[in-house]
Design a protein around this ligand. Sequence first.
Ligand code: ADP
Length: 531
Amino acid sequence: MEPLKDRIKILIAFRLLLTLIFLGATVWIHYRELKSALQPALYPFYGIIVIVCLLTIAYSFLLKRVRRLDVFAYFQLFADVSIITMVVFLTGGVESPLLFLYILAIIGGSMLLGRSGGFAVSSISSLSYGLLVDLQFYGLFPWSLAMAPSVEMPNSTTTLYNLFIAITAFFTVALLSGYLAERVRRMETELDAAKVDYERLESLSRNIIENIGSGIMTIDRDGRITSFNRAAERITGLSFEEVYLKGIEEVFPDFREMEGKRSLPRGEMVFRGKGGEELFLGFSISPLKEGGEERGAVIIFQDMTQLKKMEEEARRNDRLRALGELAAGMAHEIRNPLASISGSIQVLKEDLKGLNEEDRHLMDIILTEAERLNNLIADFLVFARPAPKKKGVSLKALAEETLELLCSRRDLKDVKVVKEMEDIRVFVDPEQMRQVFWNLFLNAIEAMDGRGILRVGIRRNGRGGAEITVSDTGKGIKREYGEKIFDPFFTTKDMGIGVGLSVVHRIIEGHNGSITFESKEGEGTTFRITL
Ligand code: ADP
């Protein structure tokens, strides 16, 4: 509400009150003397009371409609001065006991319109009062209208003196009240400014909390969630309504280990989303204090899942690189003696014609095992090979060749192979890509125990690259294995070595591609390669 409007309201109320009190008292005094309320001398007073009441009604009505409130205020003040002059005239002019009413009007002017209002009212008051006294002095006073009996006019010096005192008093009051009103107004605006700032600060901090990228939540002393910002909702996929006043351990089970800690600079927890996906959250806890008293805690958290994945990836690559270097050294050292061993055995087998069945079998074992070792070394050499030798080839052709080779080596009569392959030419190392297909197909067939559907997809992806998918209907990969299956020597098979997928990973990485997998235990697995 506008301050001036408020002040005008107060003025309207005060005017009515004072009129009723002063004029009421005057009427009462005269009534006691004259013993009749219907004395003609009292009529003007009744008239003034009625006028003020009517004005009050009119002002209240206009207050809601008037636009220029300052003009409205000036109008009221001048009307007041006119009424006061009338009252002073009626109560004896120079001798009137109600002279001080002018002073009230001047104070009203200052309050309403500041210093200028006060001075305006005191000027008008001086003029009106001066005119009144002059009329009286020159005998032009219409005494018949006044209720006070005709007064003997004092001499000119006294009249001038009275006038001087009154006018000085008017202006002094205007000065003082104007000064005070102005001070009050300045304090009010300062207070208002402070209030606005405070509100803005509050909304600013609320906005910061809502728009910041980190999840922020607060808990009370019993560990129940009391606030949850927008980022927290986005990260966890839970709405504030869903978590409000729930125990923090109910929503974030990992918090149980915190044992009601109220301060922790850094921590990590695993959060399982609604869809079962696992999120790694990095968080910090700080105590929440209000007026020096601990009210709970603030928990700030970020989604570190992507970062964690990248960290793991980097760690795996480091391991693979180290293994590559080792393999490079070892492979050649082992391969040569191995070639001599299997060569010699082959010669021996040919030469020793009289070998019995059992010895022949033993020699075959040596040969197949030597072959296995040789293959293993060939796999390892992939790690050691510096850069792929790329050529423009058809992925479809590579996959078909590998499938054919696989059919010749393995019994695939119970495996239905579904091919959904577009003919896409890509720039890759054909030897390495064959190895990728081989390892993935072999794993798929082993996962299905030689019975099921092997689906091979090759298609263009949106970004001008190729996407290869290899799906099986095998036993699937346990959730807890996760990305570990790409680690060297990770195997779940009795006869497995655990290098197949790490080789695939290494090759795809060497081609700046990526490999991911989706799996459901008991239903099957899909590996997806993007090149
Ligand atoms: P290996 O085949 O010698 O065990 P890999 O590196 O090829 O080594 O595979 C590692 C592990 O990943 C396997 O032991 C197996 O548990 C899992 N795995 C790989 N491919 C599949 C698949 N298609 N279905 C189920 N599990 C798989």
